[in-house]
Design a protein around this ligand. Structure first.
Ligand code: NAD
Ligand code: GLY
Length: 367
């Protein structure tokens, strides 16, 4: 078992990574459930695959599980499901000192985290992430949200979990396309500030996606350690450091918006294409060696991720349309849109003076 601390003063917590850990959840989590009962929130896909194991693990520890099973998919991050969930938690008698369990991908983690941020002005929760994206990114760091009619993640709060239990074996049931999409967030940590890890990804990424347990555990541990370090430096994304985690997200957000935030392009696929575009744009601006941009594109394409507008399913939209999508991004500050650009692999930085006309022209040339 690997334990990675997230150091945030009185909001500090551990992330435990243990193959087979789901069946030992009682040992990990019993101290958060002194009343001998726990609400487990999940979606129906994850319930079919893993709820039985988790409920049995709590049973072994003398903790009665109260499952709440929601529909799968991004649409679950909604006011309607937030209301359903908070009504159920209130009916179960959840108190401020209780901990709710979020068992699932980023959708369940974000929704449950937000529900727990507001329920009775804040109760505890623990994350048991079951997608690669959630294990390496969304379960750590306390960003919680639902979507608004006007855009994704516009209603939310910072609310840290009290513990994160990652069982990499839960990924065995994840559809391969979802696994590859989550891998984009793994490669992201190498591209941000860890060129040695990106080189490791180039050598081992395909093995990881094929399900190699050793490669999987290594990548999750490095990714979580990287995220924990960045979050500890800048919990609320006010010091420019946490913003680096948005590499690929501004371009990716435009692609996701153009494809209707649907299964046509998963979030991780949008991030993969967005990272390739960010590196190629950086190269086109003379900021980054072309060879580095080509290396990024080559690796992401080699593991089956989209790296071009065509591969991301963007057929008709021109550069101006895609830039217009970017302007709805919640990262807009003072009328300016910060872009994550690169001076090379492992040398990402925030640029606040990017000419949007140049971005549109670049995207037109990419079409
Ligand atoms: P998801 O939660 O929708 O899960 C993807 C699909 O896989 C769903 O159909 C789900 O039911 C299924 N699934 C999950 N685990 C499974 C398993 N082990 N076996 C079989 N099926 C399984 O999607 P995601 O990619 O995990 O998360 C995307 C969400 O995360 C987006 O809403 C995004 O905004 C959010 N996000 C949040 C943060 C953050 O810091 N809070 C960071 C990145 C992304
Ligand atoms: N996934 C971006 C962040 O946690 O800040």
């Amino acid at each position: 078992m690997t334990v990675i601390p997230v150091s945030l003063a009185d909001r500090s917590y551990d992330v435990a990574i243990e193959a087979g850990g789901l069946a030992r959840a009682g040992a990990h989590l019993a101290r958060f459930m002194p009343r001998g009962r726990v609400a487990i929130v999940t979606d129906s896909h994850v319930a079919d695959a893993h709820l039985g194991t988790l409920a049995a693990a709590f049973g072994d520890a003398g903790i009665a599980a109260e499952p709440i099973v929601l529909p799968p998919g991004e649409a679950t991050k909604s006011w309607a499901q937030l209301e359903t969930l908070t009504d159920r938690l209130i009916a179960l008698g959840v108190e401020r000192s209780d901990h709710v369990v979020a068992l699932g991908g980023g959708v369940i983690g974000d929704l449950v985290g937000f529900a727990c941020a507001v329920l009775k002005r804040g109760c505890g929760f623990v994350q048991i992430p079951t997608t690669l994206l959630a294990q390496v990114d969304s379960s750590v760091g306390g960003k919680t949200a639902i979507n608004a009619r006007a855009g994704k993640n516009l209603i939310g709060a910072f609310h840290q979990p009290s513990y994160v239990l990652i069982d990499p074996d839960t990924l065995d049931t994840l559809p391969p396309r979802q696994l590859a999409a989550g891998y984009a967030e793994v490669a992201k940590y190498g591209l941000i500030d860890d060129p040695a890890f990106f080189a490791w990804c180039e050598a081992n990424g395909a093995r990881l996606i094929a399900g190699d347990p050793e490669a999987r555990a290594h990548a999750i541990a490095i990714s979580v350690a990287s995220k924990a370090r960045i979050v500890a430096e800048d919990e609320r994304e006010t010091r420019g450091r946490r913003a680096l985690l948005n590499l690929g997200h501004t371009f990716g957000h435009a692609l996701e918006a153009e494809t209707g935030f649907s299964d046509r392009l998963f979030h991780g696929e949008g991030v993969a294409c967005g990272m390739a575009l960010a590196f190629r744009f950086s190269a086109a601006q003379g900021l980054c060696p072309i060879a580095d941009a080509e290396r990024v594109t080559r690796h992401l394409a080699a593991v089956g991720l989209p790296t071009t507008l065509a591969a991301a399913g963007i057929a008709g939209a021109d550069g101006a349309t895609l830039v217009a999508h970017m302007l709805h991004d919640k990262k807009m500050a003072g009328g300016r849109l910060p872009f994550l650009l690169a001076r090379g692999i492992g040398e990402t930085f925030v640029a606040t003076d990017v000419d949007l006309g140049a971005v549109a022209a670049f995207l037109d040339a990419e079409r």
